[in-house]
Design a protein around this ligand. Structure first.
Ligand code: CDP
Length: 204
């Protein structure tokens, strides 16, 4: 069985949490595509050319995801993500994952629009910038990283603007996506809404 769930949305909206939970519930695989861009961004910070880093990316570069989940690497990720060649090098891996037998959940910015335009379910998960900044600050602090609200909020807004305004594969809700605003939802409520959307499609 092939079944693809595409989850897109702005920075720190909860795509990863929802994606993992949906995948766990249905026994699907889960790919956090942001990690691919973060891995390329980290290698650019280490001095490599972004296009070369994307071309040569291997699963080992994703082996320590927590090292990639820093504010500095997030900004680098959104800078390399505007480069069309970088996006092109990462396309096949993402599409192959989406078509895996057993079902797949991918979260990112362009999954429902570019990577998997025919996904069975498309969600666009969002929340106010303030709510997202608070969640990201708590997450970073929980991993022992220094993070203050104003800096995190500015980072989130800068990244959203760059991701939405780029020419190639900009962040935008697909026309047929269900928009899920999680500003006033608990994690459990957001996950339940996402699971219900998948169940409705599977039943129909
Ligand atoms: O976790 P968070 O939502 O903060 O970010 P992420 O999903 O890890 O993505 C990091 C950066 O990678 C984003 O700001 C985008 O610039 C880029 N990205 C992208 O362009 N396309 C994707 N499918 C996923 C991420």
């Amino acid at each position: 069985m092939r079944f693809t769930v595409a989850i897109d949305g702005p920075a720190a909206a909860g795509k990863g949490t929802i994606g993992r939970a949906v995948a766990g519930h249905f026994g699907f695989g889960h790919l956090d595509t942001g990690l691919l861009y973060r891995a390329v961004g980290a290698r650019m910070l280490a001095g490599e050319k972004a296009e070369d880093a994307a071309r040569d990316l291997t699963p080992e570069h994703l082996a320590n995801p927590d090292e990639l989940r820093t504010a500095e690497v997030a900004q680098a990720a959104s800078r390399v993500a505007v480069i069309p060649e970088v996006r092109a090098y990462l396309l096949d891996f993402q599409r192959a994952f989406a078509h895996r037998v057993g079902g797949a959940v991918l979260d990112g910015r362009d999954i429902g629009t570019v990577i998997c335009p025919r996904a069975e379910v498309k969600l666009f998960v969002t929340a106010s910038a303030e709510v997202r900044a608070k969640r990201r600050m708590d997450e970073l602090q929980g991993r022992g990283q220094a993070a203050d609200f104003d800096t995190v909020l500015a980072d989130v807004k800068a990244r959203d603007a760059r991701d939405a305004e780029r020419a190639t594969a900009p962040m935008v809700a697909a026309e047929d996506a269900l928009v899920l605003d999680t500003s006033d939802l608990s994690i459990e409520e957001a996950v339940a809404a996402a699971i219900a959307a998948v169940e409705a499609r599977r039943a129909g």
